[in-house]
Design a protein around this ligand. Structure first.
Ligand code: NAD
Ligand code: 0WE
Length: 264
């Protein structure tokens, strides 16, 4: 029996077979969890449907959810509560900044609107989803997981205002963990190394970043969505019952390096 048997999970953030959320869903399914999904818009619905059926999940438990809409967030949980009386696990794997925010120097790129949107979609949405999920997560030993990136604390060129949004997201994880801990709900983040997903496609210099990680990470490679999924399954299972409020790196060790010398 898998170590997530009996757990019911809602996963927010599947957009393709390469999504980190897809790696998380695969690990959850393998470990015996039941999974419901949201999709951002109609364009992505069929992809999420295919994933749910590939993983042997109930394809009726798919809900549209643009996280910038409180109404859509509320509709997810009123829909879900018609089929499930409780929710054990909530996964947030969503990040967005308007593309022009991710190009060039921070000072020049940042705008009031770019800042607002990136913080709304990438950070506030975790609080909003946790708030809406809370009634269904009572008395479950539940757990909430968000995806972050090391540019929350260390400067990465071009990541710009997304770095500020990830810093806010990590703080949100701590405030939620402190607030929901007395109800037995744990809240954690995974800080993943760079992975080639849709959100990474078309980012200037992304291939160079992957090549840099392959040269400089202690493990001399990048990470896979399977490895991130396995850590997510652990953190959201009862195996991690003593862990809350923290950020776990799944980055082949990159975050420990203060300086890297060229080997050739
Ligand atoms: P992805 O493009 O596959 O997933 C991003 C998801 O965000 C998509 O499913 C998209 O639909 C969703 N999204 C964006 N705006 C939304 C909105 N308004 N409402 C609802 N959903 C919305 O890319 P990914 O790399 O799997 O990203 C998932 C998470 O992992 C993000 O938080 C990202 O910041 C984080 N992350 C990614 C990497 C990487 O290198 N790919 C590294 C560390 C952390
Ligand atoms: O969190 C991310 C991706 C975030 C992201 C990506 C996009 C591309 C398309 C947020 N918003 C958008 N908006 C779009 O219009 N990562 C950790 C991957 C990533 O993105 C970078 C990186 C890395 C790593 C952007 C610049 C520099 C490094």
């Amino acid at each position: 029996m898998g170590f997530m048997a009996g757990k019911r999970a809602l996963i927010v953030g599947v957009a393709s077979d390469r999504s980190i959320a897809t790696g998380i869903a695969e690990a959850f399914a393998r470990e015996g969890a039941e999974i419901a999904f949201t999709y951002q818009n109609d364009k992505l619905k069929s992809r999420v449907e295919k994933l749910a059926s590939r993983l042997g999940q109930n394809t009726d438990l798919l809900f549209p959810c643009d996280v910038s809409s409180d109404d859509e967030i509320d509709a997810v949980f009123s829909g879900l509560s018609k089929s499930w009386d409780k929710l054990d696990v909530l996964v947030h794997s969503v990040g967005f900044a308007p593309r022009e925010q991710l190009e060039g120097g921070f000072t020049n790129a940042v705008t009031r609107e770019g800042f607002r949107i990136s913080h709304d979609i990438s950070s506030y949405s975790l609080a909003a989803l946790a708030k809406a999920a809370q009634p269904m997560m009572q008395d479950t030993n539940g757990s909430i997981l968000a995806m972050t990136y090391n540019a929350a604390t260390q400067v990465v060129p071009n990541y710009n205002v997304m770095g500020l949004a990830k810093a806010s997201l990590e703080s949100c994880v701590r405030f939620l963990a402190a607030d929901l801990g007395p109800q037995g709900i744990r809240v954690n983040a995974i800080s993943a190394g760079a992975v080639k997903t849709l959100a990474a496609a078309g980012i200037g210099g992304f291939r160079k970043m992957l090549a840099y990680a392959e040269k400089s990470a202690p493990l001399r490679r990048t990470v896979t969505i399977e490895e991130i999924g396995n850590t997510a399954a652990f953190l959201c299972s009862d195996l991690a019952s003593g862990i809350t409020g923290g950020t776990t790196f799944v980055d082949a060790g990159s975050n420990i390096m203060g300086m890297v010398f060229d080997e050739d």
